[in-house]
Write a protein that binds this ligand. Structure first.
Ligand code: SDX
Length: 451
C-alpha cells in the first residue's frame, strides 16, 4: 500500500462545503510521523476552480521531508530524530553533516571516511581565488559569498549532472568542504590580509579558524574551547526545516538549476535582516541601545505599530516558545566570554537585561515572542573577533549542509516537480489599447521633471 493509500485508510477526508453553490468536495488528510496533518489540496483547483491563498506560507506545507522536525509550541528541534541539545553536546559538526545528508549518525569508520572526503574538497581552484580581486575591498562579505558560490558552477562541470547519484554527492561534498574556505577568504579579502590555504590535518572548524585568523607572521594558536564553541555554532545553524532560504534553494532546484546556483540563491535569501541577517542586526541594535537605561525606549518602539523597528533576535515564524538553539547559543556565548575574560562585555549586559525585561512584558508574552538563535549568536561571534559583516557568512557556512541535504532530498523525491505558485490577481481588467497621441497628457513623473 502506498503512503497515500495508507493515509487515506487512517484519516477520514475533510469535507469542504460551498454554501453558495452547494458544492462539497472531500479533501484527503495526510499524516506524517510527527507534527500537524496536512490537507492534500493538489486537486483543489481542478475540482473547484479556486486557489488557496497563503502569503508568507504561514499554513502551507511545501513538501514532504524527513530531515528536520520542529515543534514551535514546545520549542523542540530534531535532526533525523536526534534532539538538537544532544547533537550540540555530544556530536561534532561533520557528524551532523553526515546525519543530515545520509539519515543516520556515522559509524566510527564512516566518520573518518567522511572527514577525509570533506577535507579533500576544502581547496579552491586558483582561478576562483582570482574572482575575489574583482570585488572592492569594502564589499560586504555576503555579496562576495553569493558571487563566488554562484561561480562554482563555472568550474565544476563534472558535478552538475545531478541525476547521477555520484555527481550529486560530489556536489554536496564540494559545497560543504569549500563553503568554509570561501567564507574565510571573503574575510581575508575584506581586511586586506593574504589568503590562508586549508590544512587537512586540522578538523573542519579548526581549519576554518586557521584560514580566518592566522597570519604569515606568526604561529596561530588554536584554543580548544573556542574551536568547540565554533563547532557548536555550526551545528546550531545546520538546518531548520523549510525556512525562507531553504525554500529558495528548493524552488531554484525544482527547475533543474545546478546545485551551486541553488545554494547561491539560498545565500542571497539568508542575507535579509528578517532571516539570517538578524545576527548582524542584533549587534547593531544593542550598540544603538548603548545603555541599559535606554531599553524601555526601544521596547516601546518595538511595540509601536507605527514604528517599523522590531526587536532583532526576537520572534519566530515557528517557535512560539524559546528557540532551543538560543539557549545553547547563550551558554556558548557565556563560556567564550568567560574564557576570554570578557564577561563584563557591555553588549552582553544589555542583551541579558533586554531579554529579562522583554520576557516579562505583556506584548511579548501575548505575541509569544522569545529570543531566537540570532539573539546571542552576534555577541558570541563578536567576542571571537569577527566583524558584524561576517556574521551572516558564518550562518551560511553552517546552513550549507542543510541546504544541500534538502536539495538532495528534493531531487530524489519521486513526486518532485517544478514549483510554480499561482496568485490572487488584483490588477486592471481587460482594456483597449491607446496610441501615444490619444493618451492622458499628464505625466506620472511630475515629481521627477517638476512639470
Ligand atoms: C531566522 O524560519 C526559520 O526557521 C528562520 C531561522 C532559521 O534557522 O532558518 O530560524 C533563522 O531567521 C530567525 C529569525 C531572525 N529574525 C529576527 O530576529 C528579526 C526579528 N523578528 C521578526 O522580524 C519576526 O519575528 C520574524 C520575521 C522572525 C517572524 O515574523 P512572522 O512570523 O511573519 O511574524 P509576524 O511578523 O506576523 O509577527 C506577529 C506579530 C506582529 O504583530 P501584529 O501584526 O500581530 O500586531 O508579532 C510582532 C509583529 O509586529 N512581532 C514583533 C517581532 N516579531 C514579530 N514585534 C516586535 N519585535 C519583533 N521582533
Amino acid at each position: 500500500m502506498t503512503d497515500y493509500e495508507e493515509n487515506k485508510s487512517i484519516n477520514k477526508p475533510f469535507t469542504l462545503f460551498n454554501n453558495e453553490t452547494g458544492q462539497s468536495i472531500e479533501i484527503p488528510i495526510l499524516s506524517g510521523t510527527e507534527g500537524p496533518n496536512v490537507l492534500d489540496i493538489r486537486s483543489l483547483y481542478k475540482e473547484t476552480g479556486m486557489f488557496t491563498y497563503d502569503p508568507g506560507f504561514t499554513s502551507t506545507a511545501s513538501c514532504e521531508s524527513s530531515i528536520t522536525y520542529i515543534d514551535g509550541n514546545k520549542g523542540i528541534l530534531r535532526h533525523r530524530g536526534y534532539d538538537i541539545n544532544d547533537l550540540a553536546t555530544n556530536s561534532d559538526f561533520l557528524e551532523v553533516c553526515y546525519l543530515l545528508l545520509h539519515g543516520d549518525l556515522p559509524s566510527p569508520t564512516d566518520k573518518i571516511k567522511f572527514e577525509n572526503v570533506i577535507s579533500n574538497h576544502t581547496m579552491l581552484h586558483e582561478q576562483i581565488m582570482d574572482l575575489y580581486t574583482g570585488f572592492r575591498r569594502d564589499a560586504h562579505p555576503m555579496a562576495i559569498m553569493v558571487g563566488v558560490v554562484g561561480a562554482l558552477s563555472a568550474f565544476y562541470h563534472d558535478s552538475t549532472d545531478f541525476s547521477d547519484i555520484n555527481q550529486r554527492m560530489i556536489a554536496c561534498h564540494r559545497l560543504i568542504g569549500k563553503i568554509a574556505t570561501i567564507g574565510a577568504m571573503a574575510y581575508k579579502y575584506s581586511v586586506g590580509q593574504p589568503f590562508v590555504h586549508p590544512r587537512n590535518e586540522l578538523s573542519y572548524v579548526e581549519n576554518f579558524l586557521h584560514m580566518t585568523f592566522s597570519v604569515p607572521t606568526e604561529k596561530y594558536r588554536l584554543n580548544p574551547i573556542i574551536s568547540k564553541a565554533m563547532d557548536r555554532f555550526f551545528i546550531l545553524h545546520a538546518d531548520h526545516e523549510q525556512n525562507a532560504s531553504t525554500s529558495t534553494v528548493r524552488l531554484a532546484g525544482s527547475s533543474g538549476a545546478n546545485p551551486f546556483a541553488c545554494i547561491a540563491a539560498g545565500i542571497a535569501s539568508l542575507w535579509g535582516p528578517a532571516h539570517g541577517g538578524a545576527n548582524e542586526a542584533v549587534i547593531k541594535m544593542l550598540e544603538e541601545i548603548k545603555d541599559i537605561k535606554n531599553i524601555p525606549e526601544f521596547l516601546n518602539k518595538a511595540k509601536d505599530k507605527n514604528d517599523p523597528f522590531r526587536l532583532m533576535g526576537f520572534g519566530h515564524r515557528v517557535y512560539k516558545n524559546y528557540d532551543p538553539r538560543a539557549n545553547v547559543m547563550k551558554k556558548s556565548a557565556h563560556l567564550v566570554l568567560e574564557e576570554l575574560n570578557m564577561l563584563d562585555d557591555p553588549l552582553l549586559k544589555i542583551a541579558l537585561e533586554l531579554e529579562k525585561i522583554a520576557l516579562q512584558d505583556t506584548y511579548f508574552i501575548e505575541k509569544k515572542l522569545y529570543p531566537n538563535v540570532d539573539f546571542y549568536s552576534g555577541i558570541f561571534l563578536k567576542s571571537l573577533g569577527f566583524p558584524t559583516s561576517m556574521f551572516t557568512v558564518l550562518f551560511a557556512i553552517g546552513r550549507t549542509v542543510g541546504w544541500v541535504s534538502q536539495w538532495k532530498e528534493m531531487i530524489e523525491d519521486p513526486i518532485n516537480k517544478i514549483g510554480r505558485p499561482r496568485q490572487l490577481y488584483k490588477g486592471k481588467n481587460s482594456r483597449n489599447y491607446q496610441n501615444v497621441d490619444s493618451r492622458d497628457k499628464r505625466s506620472i513623473f511630475q515629481w521627477l521633471w517638476k512639470k
